[in-house]
Ligand binder design. Sequence first.
Ligand SMILES: Nc1nc2c(c(=O)[nH]1)N[C@H]1C(S)=C(S)[C@@H](COP(=O)(O)O)O[C@H]1N2
Ligand SMILES: [Mo]
Length: 528
Amino acid sequence: MRTPGSAQRTTAQEGSAGPPPRAATGLAALSGVLAAGVTVGVGQLVAGLPLGGLSPSAAPLVVVGDAVVDRVPAPVKDFAVSAFGTADKPVLLATIAVLVALLAAAAGVLARHRLALGVAVVAVLGVVGVLAAATRPDATALWPLPSALGAAAGAYVLTLLTRRLAPGGRSTGLRRRAVLLGSVAAAGLTAAGAGRVLSGARSAEESRARVVLPAPAEAAPPVPPGADPAQLVGAGLTPYVTGNRDFYRIDTALVVPDVRAEDWTLRLHGMVEREITLTFDDLLALPLVERWITLTCVSNEVGGDYAGNAKWLGYPLAELLARAGVRDGADTLFATSTDGFTLSAPLAEAADGRDALLAVGMNGEPLPREHGFPVRMVISGLYGFVSACKWVTDIEVTRLAERTAYWTERGWAERAPVKTASRIDVPRSFATLRAGRVPVAGVAWAQDRGISAVEVRVDRGEWAPAKVLPSVSEDTWCQWVFEWDAEPGGHVLEVRATDATGTPQTAEVVAPIPNGASGYDSVTVTVE
Ligand SMILES: Nc1nc2c(c(=O)[nH]1)N[C@H]1C(S)=C(S)[C@@H](COP(=O)(O)O)O[C@H]1N2
Ligand SMILES: [Mo]
């Protein structure tokens, strides 16, 4: 029996034998892209479901992206960091999205000729997601689910669209096609949006909002008056204290790990007399100390800004190690974060009495998620990649020879003390200045040793002393100012610092890999 609907369909079918070939190919490609969109959207939705073993980090694009990050060869990664800096993550995610869209468009076109082939391409994409999910270090048995269900939804959508848009299919009229494609796009976007909302609701952000940090058993000293030449800060000088929002972020995580304080535990084990397991509440109940420590990244180029100074609240690593009782022969703390990143910190430095913390607070707040919420390590005098494990959940006391850390596998050094460095912040390079008194200023650091002198030279002349402003301790950078009598012409200004052991910063120009850049920072200016 014929219904009114089917009669109408028959009419529409008779009205057109399908779009012209170019348009048909375009429609097929669009179908593929929409199917991929539904795959990603449904994947995001499933990943966001409030089920114990699922996590926003299990969403298809995220697991594939993270798997790529861990597998790309070191030179590509170095290139990405140097070319895109901290934007390397969005660039990678966008690249993956574009590649998937291209493959999906091809799947759509294939499907128009042979449906099974197109569906097979979607299935392969699904399998890639499932494998990436299953091999993530923090994966649970449920992690492949978002990719698997997403791909199943994508295959269904591709089949539906291909059949309906085919000549003789149900949706051949222009209006019907638009409605069909529009509904599928809306469904994909709704799923993705719902996934985001669900993930947000049970995220670490909520957990962080509930954290109340205890008052420190030992408060940090206040910043000494005159640490900041106030009149220069607005003019481009870096403030002595770096706000949490302005603090540089460097890590391998594509999506910030979602660790709730309630779920966090730390296991300290290996070459110790007594293994220790701490919950977040256990940690907050210990006598916590506040310390100012400047953190710097080994990837920082001379003159670069991968450096920041904050007031950290935490428990001294030395105390924790003393409680555990370190056995003879150990020389390394092998730290692992929830997302599988690892680093080898030298035990001697962590326990020699310098400022070295298992930190929960940054500038008076719980750690921001990007900076390691709920708990990270910070050790003065060592670059971040060998000391400052964020989202840390496991510390094994071991020997360096027994474990290889994430960056060491990729050609970076096993041990990396911070090199003495200085930077000119004002004037900016290529600035045009008025002749006369010009303040030249910036920062200098040699964490754990301290800075004893900063000098400036103009046009490769004699080094002249700059004024070094007070700092809280040898663990932080300091500001310096040099009053320059600028004469008309083009000039090159250079800076160098001397640490408190009396060793001047080296002039030798080396790249960041494997253990930090060196050489003098310089700016070129024009004086009128
Ligand atoms: N879990 C984790 N911790 C990490 C990293 C990382 O990639 N993953 N990067 C390290 C590096 S290279 C640096 S320089 C510091 C940077 O810390 P920040 O992002 O809070 O400035 O974190 C360190 N800790
Ligand atoms: Mo770093």
